[in-house]
Design a protein around this ligand. Sequence first.
Ligand code: IMP
Length: 426
Amino acid sequence: MPIVVVVGAQWGDEGKGKVTDFLASQADVVARYQGGNNAGHTVVVDGTAYKLHLIPSGILYPNTLCIIGSGVVVDPVVLCREMKYLEDLGISTERLAVSSTAHVILPYHKVLDELEEADRLEKIGTTGRGIGPAYADKYARNGIRMRDLQSEESLRRALDVVLPQKNKLLQKLYDHPGFTVDQILDEFSPLGPTIRRLLSDSSLLVETAYRKGQRVLCEGAQGTLLDIDHGTYPFVTSSSPTAGGAAPGLGIGPTRISQVVGVVKAYTTRVGEGPFVTELRDEIGQAIRDRGKEYGTTTGRPRRCGWFDAVMARYSVRINGLTGVALTLLDVLDAFDTLKICTEYEYHGQPLSEFPTDLRVLEECRPVYRELPGWGRDTTNVKHWDDLPEAARAYLQAVAEEIDCPIQYVSVGPGREQTITLKAVF
Ligand code: IMP
């Protein structure tokens, strides 16, 4: 049975939550492989909106095993709060497992995230959730892992090793009082019993499911252009949201992955700083923002909006080896007379068909557009490809053609039933 990776193919917020939720209905296992609670997705089931940041959206199904893999950085306070939120809504978290080797976001990571961002001459616009500092500690081998949280004694031992260094940094560089071991223990110790029952080996769980012939969905957070290696560095997150990240992030071999579905919006958005070639700073951009409710789930920040950028999406097809695309928020475009797809860039008078890896070049690129007529009709109730307005089908075909990748799903609204399947993954 296939292991399918779902990955954001733009700058995050592509509607992966909705797509993952839809695909999870056919999956036995849903596993997150990177990022942390910098992500946020809203899933609407029977008119109720569920907002999740850390727990895979598969949790909304009664029989799906949900895994938080070792490549994720976990804020245990947020994890426990999210579990309680779900349980209060009558959703069981019995089938949730967290890799014991996943790294922990500690209070000092959040403080450092804020202080470092404030100190930076070129702001990244981080979510302030401590993501970057937690990954930095992981790679500097100063991290604390989920398994260290199983008892007060093990956490104290881990803190005794790393906290003096962190305090030195906070106090000497930032004039911050730092943290005591007891302060952190007071906050984290009560979470011990909950955490203990979640701890598991994500690699073994996924491999076991694979060998049993079960359907595994690997869920990436953020998006390709926020990838630490292949995104618009330094305006990126600190992990690998790209499909390749699923292998180390869960502990599976890359040969186990059979399909990669990229989630793209029918247009483009971005949160935070950095170049954005198709950005619309006019009333059309504002109309997209309003119609698409383009305000961050995690931070509430208004997202920057623009036309669909096929140059960027083609890059995403390449970097992720996409085998198909799920296109979301098509209905947001229902109201426009004319639509534009950026097919190539113009850089100092020269055409550029490949996404540049040099940010300075990207900053100076201008979009070259292909114009298509809008359809001016509500699509939110459409269930089948043939029932879409002809101009909407032409728009989707133009997207598929420009990015050279088939469209497998089209989403026309937040509800599960507002999904058109062209070719199912499972
Ligand atoms: P960080 O991940 O909090 O370090 O933020 C780094 C950059 O990634 C910032 O520009 C954030 O706005 C962006 N970012 C992080 N997570 C998401 C997400 O889930 N969606 C969109 N942008 C994100």
